[in-house]
Write a protein of this length. Structure first.
Length: 268
């Protein structure tokens, strides 16, 4: 949630790019366009849902991963990468499932101002969004896009936390960096953000489009086929630049916060 406070405007721009069918929008031009047409504070639209998502999705995946990593560690030595990948995949699936309802609300609130006035949902905040979806579309709609979201949760956690642990280990063992310094945490988390953005982009774009849709009858394959036909295969990496610009700082801030929690023995 700490990281989200700083990166939310970039996350909003990423969602807008992923749901847009236009090819002429870049990150900077889109941010200026949002501010110009919707006001300065519009770049923090849907912040409550974004914070709720971090409080559910990220808490679950990081907590499960750290616990599984503790269970598979022997004699204080770090587990092999293959075991870390297995633990991260389980943690990512748990996080994706726990965080799916807040993710649906998050994407809808961030994209609401981009819709015509007649199609806007106008959720007041995250809890209002959850209640409105349940009343108007049924509880099952909170788990719309659960398939791509589980895939993304697995890919994100595996690519992010494992690449962070592996990068940190390589920096310490090969370059002699101090495992307790901020520079080591910064370097390892920056590499982790780069890996995670690239690995997760296709699933992230599909997840965003499914959750933003009001139609419950469309399959993942039909949305994928239509997007490839009308936009080309490159749509899977739509918004990669803002995703990395957002995920890079978000990953850095997240792992620095986690390292501080670990240092003070708070929940870690």
């Amino acid at each position: 949630m700490f990281a989200c406070l700083f990166t939310h405007p970039l996350d909003l721009a990423k969602v807008r790019l992923q749901t847009s069918k236009a090819h002429d929008n870049g990150l900077v031009s889109l941010v200026f366009k949002i501010v110009r047409h919707e006001g300065l504070f519009s770049i923090y639209g849907g912040l409550s849902a974004s914070l709720l998502r971090q409080a559910t999705y990220s808490t679950a995946r990081f907590g499960v991963y750290e616990e599984l990593k503790r269970l598979i560690s022997h004699s204080g030595s770090p587990p092999p990468t293959s075991q870390l990948l297995g633990a991260s995949m389980v943690a990512g699936a748990v996080g994706g499932m726990v965080g799916n309802p807040s993710d649906v609300v998050n994407i809808r609130m961030q994209n609401d101002k981009a819709l015509p006035p007649s199609e806007r949902r106008n959720y007041k905040h995250a809890i209002d969004g959850l209640i409105s979806i349940c009343r108007q579309e049924g509880v099952s709609s909170l788990f719309r896009g659960i398939g791509p979201n589980l895939v993304r949760g697995v890919l994100m956690t595996a690519s992010q936390v494992v690449s962070y642990d592996v990068s940190k280990r390589l920096l310490v063992n090969n370059l002699g960096m101090n495992p307790r310094t901020k520079s080591t945490h910064f370097s390892a988390s920056l590499l982790a953000g780069l890996v995670a953005t690239t690995v997760c982009s296709p699933a992230d774009v599909l997840k965003t489009r499914i959750m933003n849709s009001s139609s419950s009858g469309r399959s993942v394959f039909s949305i994928f086929r239509e997007a490839v036909y009308s936009e080309g295969a490159g749509f899977m990496f739509r918004g990669w630049t803002p995703a990395f610009i957002r995920l890079g700082p978000h990953t850095i801030l997240t792992f620095i916060a986690l390292e501080e929690l670990r240092r003070f023995r708070i929940g870690m």
